[in-house]
Design a protein around this ligand. Structure first.
Ligand code: ATP
Ligand code: LTN
Length: 326
């Protein structure tokens, strides 16, 4: 079975784009792969965070991952800082990637432009991400298109390490969902729905009340042409509604377009479908939220399983680098 690894940062609340574009696929993958999912709290602190935000965010995100259907019996779910091997392996990665390579990362250029204090952790972020991946002998990394460059550099580091020190790490490949798996902002349908867009009316959070979800979808920006057609370039707003309805009901958005003559009924059905999709997730989240001790137990279990794999990889890596055994 293929080993799959992905990570997600505990910053901000999860929205419909995160679910339809990423975590829903993870839920599917856990059944036919050896899947490992990590709440990457150490990546979150590459940018200054408010006091307590990372702790709360890690707990909430872990509960949300379980609420959407990741099952600690079917996959490994854990928090990055609970497995010390991540930071240790990151050092080995840092020593096998150049300053020049890290300087070319577009995410660093974007994010550092928005910061007053640019931490060196923000610069070496891709080395920690490479460590996350190689520690688990990962074959496949499901990520959004924005992460392609980070998986590419992880491959380069793993290959360089293997050629310097002998076969040590599996070289991973990125699995990027097709276009169309991109949910757009309801108010600005040419931008992707994103927590950093700061568009509360355009973003459906997974924990929004049904009434609020309906309100946001019913006030989605469309166009004046009046025809229901799936045409992302010419009709981004309508196409986004069709994509969301399609993704929520497992139907093809272009085929759905033929069933509608009015934006109003398309919006009503889309709102109903999203509410129905999120209802069971919200109910499970409420249960988990009420029992943080149970979440902590499940995360400890996940960390133990992760540590077993990561420790074996680190033993191999230390030996191959030629460090004196402790
Ligand atoms: P940021 O605004 O900080 O980039 P985000 O809300 O875009 O955050 P991330 O935390 O970067 O989300 O992404 C988590 C996962 O969700 C990634 O795999 C990413 O590709 C996916 N994702 C994020 N936004 C969307 C979207 N609008 N449509 C589909 N997938 C998305
Ligand atoms: N950088 C990623 C999160 C992330 C990740 C990983 C994804 C950290 N480590 C390892 C895949 C594999 C992001 O910002 N979405």
């Amino acid at each position: 079975m293929k080993r799959v690894f992905s990570g997600i940062q505990p910053t901000g609340d999860q929205h419909l784009g995160n679910y339809l574009g990423a975590t829903r696929n993870w839920v599917e993958m856990q059944h036919h792969t050896e899947a490992v999912f990590c709440v990457v709290d150490l990546h979150a602190i590459t940018i200054p965070q408010a006091s307590g935000a990372v702790r709360d965010g890690s707990l909430r995100l872990s509960q949300m991952l379980m609420a959407v259907g990741l099952d600690p019996e079917q996959c490994i779910i854990f928090v990055q800082s609970h497995v010390r091997e991540h930071t240790e392996c990151a050092w080995l990665m840092e020593c096998n990637v150049s300053f020049g390579e890290l300087s070319r990362m577009t995410q660093f250029k974007d994010k550092s432009g928005r910061q007053e204090f640019i931490s060196s952790g923000l610069f070496t972020y891709p080395a920690l991400q490479a460590a996350d991946i190689v520690l688990y002998d990962t074959d496949q990394v499901p990520v959004g298109a924005d992460q392609r460059q980070h998986i590419e550099i992880a491959r380069d580091i793993a290959e360089r390490f293997n050629s310097r020190y002998g076969p040590t790490f599996t070289v991973p490949e990125a699995i990027v969902p097709k276009a169309g798996a991109r949910v757009m902002d309801l108010q600005r349908p040419t931008d992707k729905m994103s927590k950093s867009l700061d568009s509360p009316k355009g973003t459906v959070n997974l924990l929004d009340e049904p009434k609020l979800i309906a309100k946001k979808i019913k006030s989605a920006v469309t166009d004046n042409d009046g025809a229901v057609r799936f045409d992302v370039a010419e009709k981004p707003g309508v196409s986004n509604l069709l994509s969301i309805l399609g993704a929520s009901t497992n139907r093809d958005p272009a085929a759905l377009a033929d069933e509608y003559t009015q934006y109003g009924s398309l919006k009503v059905d889309t709102a109903d479908a999203v509410v129905a999709l999120l209802e069971p997730i919200q109910a499970r989240y409420r249960e988990l939220e009420g029992d943080p001790a149970e979440t902590a137990r499940l995360l400890a279990l996940g960390a133990n399983k992760a540590r077993t794999i990561a420790a074996a990889t680190m033993d191999r890596a230390r030996t191959n680098v030629g460090l004196l055994q402790a």
